[in-house]
Structure formats: structure tokens, C-alpha cells
Design a protein around this ligand. Structure first.
Ligand code: ADP
Ligand code: ZN
Length: 531
């Protein structure tokens, strides 16, 4: 009983019911599908899990010819095609994993008009033979998935994407649809320019996930903090805990299990059978916790994940958003909880420095980390900051559902404290060949005669003991915030602290350093990987 709809609507809706078994389109899907079926170009920005696939699959089914999907996710193509075939869709793919005969079969199917959808790896379109093949068949629509890969400043740049403008040049009459979940303004502009889609209509879904409560707490004893969070707020709930290393995944899963919370590990070091079994249990059972490296969650569609917890800092805001976005797909209240501390900052900077990639790559990685740190250190609404990062307007100053809105943090004038830290770093930097990290600096400020302080005569420095007004945890908080603000940097593999260009202005008293006030924390063991 849907009156007054365009002709294409009914066909699109029929395909949605018949092939996919869904009742209605979601959000922007219907508008996108209509526009593309009518022959228009589209740029679609939708968060992960928003339902991008149907935006090109339905037009491919409704329009005559084959929908050609360009996707960099070669490892997922087989699964995607299998899933479509199981629904009765005539789908195929061509990438480097096919042998000669397999490729010839798919090509023949395409030329005979027997495919609804053809998935292609982007590097294929560099080959004249591939372009020839495409021009000998009939194409209904071009879909460019993960379109942000065309952006040189993004975290996923693929040079092959730069050649995709050829599609518009050679097939001006075939509608194109570019899709991505990465929506910064710059990326958005690059997609339209580089893919040559100036007339495309833009469909931008909101990135806000109002049912997710965002919280970032200072890291003291992360496993214990996690345990109290789960006991107090999510007893018996299903959720995902993300850790950076396999080792800490194992230890955390064990720790939770020992403390009465059913938890299983998931990381690339486990054999495929175990991984599959743990994933299956997570999907099937109620209230299981999966402790995982970021490898877990891609393509997993479990609606009632009640919390996502991070024990280590994600590398980028995109990553954080994607991972936390796995919570609360059913729209019910859920929590994105993270413990974050000084060691996270040092560790991530070290990883970037000692990792692969050229100078430009490192600069980009540092920019991504900077944005993530800004989110952690903000005294304003986290949701607002998150949406602003993706180029979207928050609906108000305060969302009322993140930690900074619920309990606004105070700031304090940390100028003098910053000067004390930086002066200590200056003095240690003068000791050529010696490398000192945050622990030594805090020990010196607190006037502690540790073995290492005595060994290097650091109790003779003029800065020794000048910081007794703050606790160890507070000093670590100061160092962390200076690192996040770019007033300190990490060098080398040992986490040596060094000055930055901006440090001078603080030492010369040319600028103030406002810092976030943090709750007093329980004392932590200094070797225990705490804050
Ligand atoms: P994305 O590619 O944007 O991450 P998907 O296209 O994989 O998202 O869709 C995410 C999930 O939502 C899938 O399980 C899909 O089947 C489901 N879905 C998408 N559109 C609808 C709809 N209109 N009705 C019901 N479920 C949908
Ligand atoms: Zn808020």
C-alpha cells in the first residue's frame, strides 16, 4: 500500500523484498538507489554498517547490464560473491587469486550478459585488456567502494584509485556511485575531484550514534578498571575489548575469566579453527566478551553488542570510530569506554618512528595520532569533537551522553608545571649519549634518590625535587598532555623525551599551558604498564 511512488521505487523495493528479504530501505538508501537507477552519479558517505552495499546492489539488479564494483578488499571478494550467490544473485569477481581458466569463465559470463554484479580489484583497470573486456559487455553502473582510497592524505591511499577517472571518460553514460565511511571534508573534496564526478549528488548520512555513550578515563590499572566498569555497568552483557598486542589480549581474557566474566581471546596468532569457534560463540551466545586485536569485528554484524572497551589507544579517530561503532547497532544504550595514559602516547609515537614507511607516511601517521590525542584530551563534548572530525555539525554544544558532558572536567594553569618538566628535559638532553624517559624525569622532579638517579648524579641537578607539589600520577598526566599538545616529543626506541620547536615558547614564558584536571588516581606500580 505505498501510493504515489516513482516507477523505479516499486522495482527497487521489489528487489529489496525478493532478493534480500528486507522490508524497507534504511536512511538514505532509498534516495541513493532512486538517483542511481535514474542514471545519476552519487557520492555516498555512510558510517560502517550503515548499509552501503545495497546502494549499488539494487541499481545493479534493476538496471539492464552488469554492475561493476571496484573494491580494494580482495580478501573479502570471495565471501561477498558467495553470499550474493546464496541469495540467487548472479555475481562474480576478477582479481589476482583467480587462475587463468577461472578468469576466462567469469569473463565469458560477463560478455554473455549473465552477471548482475562483477567485483574487480582496482589494479585491473590499469590494464588495457580489462578496459577492452568492459567495453565489450554491457555495464549498468560503476560502484567505487572505499572511495577514500583515492585520497593521498587518508590512511588508506591506493595509487591505483587515481586511474579510476578513466571510467567517467570512457563510459560517460554509465552512472557512477562512490562510497566511503571516511567523511572528512578534505577526503570528500578529493573524491569528487580525482574521480572526476563534479555533477554527482552527495548523500551524507549522519555519523552520530546517539545511543553510544563515549567515555575516556585516565589509565591507572587498566585491567582492574575494566573489571569494575564491566561489573558495575555491563554485567552479563556481550561486548568487545580491544588491546594492541596478542600478549595483552591473552592476559586480559584470562584475567576476566578468572574474575567471573566469560571472555575469550581473538587475534591473528590463534589458529583459524579457534578463531572461528570464538567468533561463532560471540555471535550465538548472550553475554560473551571477546578480547581482541583490531582484527576482530570486520564484517561482523551482531546487533546487541552493549560495550566496546579499549585498553590501548587506537591509531586514528577513524579506527576509534569504526571500532566503537560495533556497539549498539540495535539502537539501545551502549558504552564506548577507553582507558588512556602516558604510555599509550609514548608507545604509539615509538611505533610510528620505528615502523616501516617513508617520511611522508610517518608524518601522516603522526597527524592521525594527533587527532586521536586531541579527542582524548578535549575538555569539550567528545561527540561534538568526533562529529567535527568527520566534517559534521553536532546538534548542540553538549550531547549529554559523553563523559565530558556528564561531568565537565576542570582545567588548571599548568604553565609552571610545564616549565619544570621542560627544564628537566633540557638538562637531561645535555648529557650526550644518555637517554632518559618519563620515569626518570618524574623521579627527578619528585626528588627521589633511585638507583638510576644516583648513578647519573641527577640529585645534583638544580631541578631535583622542585616538583613536590604534585603526585607521581599528576606529573605523568602533565607529561602526557605536553606530548599530546606537541610541547614534548618522543625520540628513538627507548621513549626518550625531547623538546619540540614549540617547547621554547613555554620555556621563554611566552605562552600559557592550560591542562586538564584529572581525578586523583590510586597509586600504581611503576613497572606495571599503568598510566
Ligand atoms: P556497510 O557496507 O555500510 O558497512 P553493509 O552494506 O555491509 O554496510 O550493511 C550492514 C548490515 O546492514 C548488513 O548486515 C546488511 O544486510 C544490513 N542492512 C543494510 N540495509 C538494510 C535494510 N534496508 N534493512 C535491513 N538490513 C539492512
Ligand atoms: Zn557530549
Amino acid at each position: 500500500g505505498v501510493a504515489g511512488m516513482a516507477v523505479t521505487d516499486s522495482e527497487a523495493l521489489a528487489a529489496l523484498h525478493r532478493v534480500f528479504g528486507y522490508e524497507t530501505f534504511r536512511g538514505e538508501q532509498e534516495a541513493v538507489v532512486d538517483h542511481v537507477i535514474a542514471g545519476g552519479d552519487a557520492v555516498v558517505l555512510m558510517p560502517t554498517g550503515g548499509g552501503k552495499s545495497l546502494c549499488y546492489q539494487i541499481p545493479s539488479l534493476v538496471r539492464p547490464g552488469t554492475g561493476v564494483v571496484v573494491s580494494p578488499l580482495i580478501a573479502l571478494m570471495q565471501d561477498q560473491v558467495d553470499a550474493l550467490r546464496a541469495l540467487g544473485v548472479r555475481a562474480g569477481f576478477i582479481n589476482s587469486t583467480l587462475d587463468f581458466d577461472e578468469r576466462r569463465t567469469v569473463e565469458a559470463e560477463f560478455l554473455a550478459g549473465e552477471l548482475d554484479l562483477l567485483y574487480l580489484a582496482p589494479e585491473r583497470l590499469r590494464l588495457d585488456s580489462s578496459l577492452d573486456l568492459l567495453s565489450r559487455g554491457k555495464i549498468s553502473v560503476f560502484a567505487i567502494d572505499e572511495a577514500h582510497c583515492v585520497s593521498q592524505w587518508g590512511h588508506d591511499f591506493r595509487p591505483d584509485y587515481l586511474t579510476l577517472s578513466v571510467l567517467g571518460e570512457r563510459w560517460p553514460d554509465v552512472p557512477r556511485i562512490a562510497l566511503t565511511a571516511t567523511a572528512t571534508d578534505a577526503t570528500h573534496r578529493e573524491i569528487t575531484e580525482r574521480l572526476g564526478m563534479p555533477d554527482a549528488r552527495h548523500f551524507v548520512a549522519s555519523f552520530d550514534r546517539p545511543n553510544i555513550q563515549y567515555r575516556i578515563v585516565p589509565k591507572a590499572d587498566p585491567r582492574k578498571q575494566l573489571l569494575s566498569f564491566l561489573r558495575e555497568e555491563h554485567a552479563g552483557d556481550a561486548g568487545i575489548v580491544y588491546c594492541l598486542s596478542r600478549n595483552s589480549v591473552e592476559k586480559t581474557a584470562e584475567f576476566l575469566s578468572r574474575n567471573g566474566i566469560e571472555a575469550v581471546p581473538y587475534h591473528a596468532g590463534l589458529d583459524a579453527g579457534t578463531r572461528q569457534a570464538h567468533q561463532a560463540r560471540f555471535l550465538r551466545e548472550e553475554g560473551l566478551v571477546v578480547v581482541a586485536t583490531i582484527a576482530f569485528g570486520m564484517g561482523i554484524d551482531k546487533p546487541d553488542v552493549r560495550f566496546v572497551a579499549h585498553l590501548d589507544l587506537p591509531k586514528s579517530v577513524e579506527g576509534y570510530y569504526q571500532e566503537t561503532g560495533r556497539a549498539g547497532r540495535d539502537g539501545l544504550p551502549s558504552t564506548a569506554w577507553m582507558a588512556y595514559g602516558l604510555n599509550d602516547v609514548i608507545q604509539q609515537r615509538k611505533l610510528i618512528q620505528s615502523g616501516e614507511g617513508d617520511e611522508a607516511f610517518r608524518r601522516r601517521a603522526n597527524q592521525h595520532l594527533d587527532a586521536m590525542l586531541a579527542l582524548c584530551e578535549t575538555v569539550r563534548c567528545r561527540r561534538g569533537q568526533l562529529l567535527a572530525y568527520f566534517g559534521q555539525e553536532p546538534s548542540g554544544e553538549n550531547c549529554g551522553n559523553c563523559d565530558t558532558c556528564l561531568a565537565p572536567p576542570e582545567t588548571w594553569d599548568g604553565t609552571v608545571a610545564a616549565q619544570k618538566v621542560l627544564s628537566t628535559v633540557v638538562r637531561l638532553q645535555r648529557e650526550r649519549g644518555q637517554k632518559f624517559g618519563a620515569v626518570q624525569i618524574v623521579d627527578i622532579l619528585l626528588g627521589r634518590r633511585t638507583a638510576k638517579v644516583i648513578q647519573f648524579d641527577h640529585d645534583q641537578l638544580s631541578v631535583f625535587g622542585i616538583g613536590e607539589e604534585l603526585s607521581e600520577a599528576q606529573w605523568r598526566g602533565v607529561v602526557r598532555q605536553l606530548l599530546a599538545q606537541g610541547l614534548l616529543a618522543v625520540e628513538g626506541d627507548y621513549g626518550t623525551l625531547v623538546l619540540t620547536e614549540a617547547s621554547g615558547s613555554v620555556l621563554r614564558r611566552e605562552r600559557e599551558v592550560p591542562l586538564r584536571k584529572e581525578p586523583e588516581k590510586p597509586a600504581t606500580s611503576r613497572s606495571g604498564g599503568g598510566a
